[in-house]
Design a protein around this ligand. Structure first.
Ligand SMILES: [Mn+2]
Length: 227
């Protein structure tokens, strides 16, 4: 059993992101992305997923918030994939509802190794603090794509966009907490006998199963192209 931790650093001309992650943590956080509302959401995610999460980002917020949000999502996703290793012994599936006052969100996840995200938050404001609302579903998609997660995330009701967004992060956190939990079985929960690792073709990644913190620096050439 590895320690289920990962450290990922990524530097581009648009951002410099460092993530340290411990799946079996307490929800301790140290998050500084340069965007206050994004920090608030990532702290909520970490606390309710009970993962220890450190994120440091220096992004080109003088342009706008897009690169910072997307790159934090990419690196968090890679850290999740690395910390999960070969995904043996996990529950794999998780789902949760999370309310926040009048808002209600539902998240369903499958840590399948395949990347898919259907995210419907129904936000109507342009921004929450310094975070553009259009970048919130984009963040979830970025995480799912780089983590090898199938995610269905829907905010079912809610009048207040702060509540709708925060409920979505909490539901995602609770679903992830369930999916990463150990099942008591040591095998890989798949009829195929394997869950494809999204980093399987990434020559810079290291297998974390030796009990060491997995550490990698992502070469720009391996990243999904930005539109
Ligand atoms: Mn809040």
């Amino acid at each position: 059993m590895n320690t289920r931790t990962a450290e990922v650093n990524r530097e581009t001309s648009e951002s410099n992101v460092s993530v340290q992650l411990r799946l079996d943590g307490c929800g301790n956080t140290q998050i500084s992305t340069g965007i206050g509302f994004l920090d608030h959401m990532l702290i909520a995610f970490s606390r309710h997923a009970r993962m220890d999460l450190s994120i440091s980002c220096r992004g080109d917020v003088e342009v706008d918030d897009h690169h910072t949000v997307e790159d934090c999502g990419i690196v968090l996703g890679r850290a999740l994939a690395l910390a999960l290793g070969n995904r043996a012994g996990i529950q794999r599936f998780g789902y949760a509802y999370a309310p926040l006052d009048e808002a209600l969100a539902r998240a369903v996840v499958d840590l399948s190794g395949r990347s898919s995200a259907d995210v419907n938050l129904g936000l109507v404001r342009e921004k929450l603090g310094a975070l553009s609302c259009e970048n919130i579903p984009h963040l979830f998609r970025s995480v799912a794509m780089s983590a090898g997660i199938t995610l269905h995330l829907d905010v079912l009701k809610g009048d207040n966009d702060h509540h709708r967004a925060e409920a979505a992060f909490k539901a995602f956190a609770l679903a992830m907490r369930e999916a990463i939990a150990l099942s008591g079985y040591g095998d890989v929960p798949s009829t195929k006998g394997t869950l494809d690792r999204v980093d399987a073709e990434d020559t810079t990644s290291q297998n974390p199963s030796a009990g060491l913190i997995a550490e990698m620096t992502i070469p720009e050439g391996n990243l999904a192209r930005r539109r």
